[in-house]
Design a protein around this ligand. Structure first.
Ligand code: ZN
Length: 237
């Protein structure tokens, strides 16, 4: 079993009627629902939970952490951020969705501004698969479209990704590296642009396919118990 934790700040769904109409039980509930299978076990955590629901025990029992945050980025305590970052370095997978680009955790993992241009007017996004042999693109096809999204535009202030899997194009002509991978320590990281809270993006079949593929891809190959820098003995033959 791959053990997934879906973390959502869970703020917009409780404060904005238009968002509650799309995600009455929160985006995390929808993501958890489509991921659950014979091979994937899912738990959810939110900002309301003690320690954001991300205690060391939860992280030690999480293979892949999925993150959705926006207005509550600064409400996530620094010790939780450090704990998540260290879990990634030890091997836990991390999937940052949409506005997670500015989460403390993603920025700590990237080490850069993670800034981007944005516009919220419900434009169409055409997501092009630029790395069709990548496991995260499996079954997605040459491109897929989302009728209404929040536009994100380059330049995206990330370090050079290890792989770009998807490039998004918007009606306004902007382009964006919508699906990128990174490796940090033993951990695999995938950033995926779609997921603005007021559109039913997490119900889209292709979006679900990409996130599911990313869970399999980010499942740890190796997990270190601790991050150590040991003194080593010479091998004498
Ligand atoms: Zn958004």
């Amino acid at each position: 079993m791959i053990r997934v934790t879906v973390w959502n700040e869970f703020i917009h769904e409780k404060r904005k009627e238009n968002v509650a109409a799309v995600y009455p039980n929160g985006m995390h509930a929808v993501i958890a629902d489509f991921l659950k299978s014979d091979e994937i076990e899912v738990r959810c955590a939110t900002l309301d939970d003690e320690e954001c629901g991300l205690t060391q025990e939860v992280l030690d029992n999480t293979d892949v952490l999925i993150w959705w945050g926006h207005t509550g980025h600064l409400l996530v305590p620094d010790d939780v951020v450090t704990r998540v970052k260290e879990s990634v370095l030890k091997g836990m997978g991390f999937i940052g969705l949409h506005s997670a680009h500015h989460s403390k955790v993603f920025k700590a993992l990237m080490g850069t501004s993670c800034n981007l241009g944005w516009r919220e007017d419900g434009d169409l996004e055409r997501i092009w698969t630029v790395n069709p042999a990548h496991p995260i693109a499996k079954g997605v096809g040459r491109y897929f479209e989302l009728p209404h999204v929040e536009t994100y535009a380059e330049p995206f202030g990330i370090p050079e990704p290890d792989e770009v899997v998807f490039i998004g194009w918007y009606e306004g002509g902007e382009v964006f590296r919508s699906g990128c991978t990174f490796h940090r320590g033993n951990g695999r990281i995938f950033y995926f642009q779609p997921g603005h809270e007021s559109y039913p993006i997490f119900y889209d079949e292709n979006v679900q396919k990409v996130i599911r593929n990313a869970v399999y891809w980010a499942n740890p190959v190796l997990r270190d118990e601790a991050l150590t820098c040991p003194h080593i003995e010479k091998i004498v033959k």
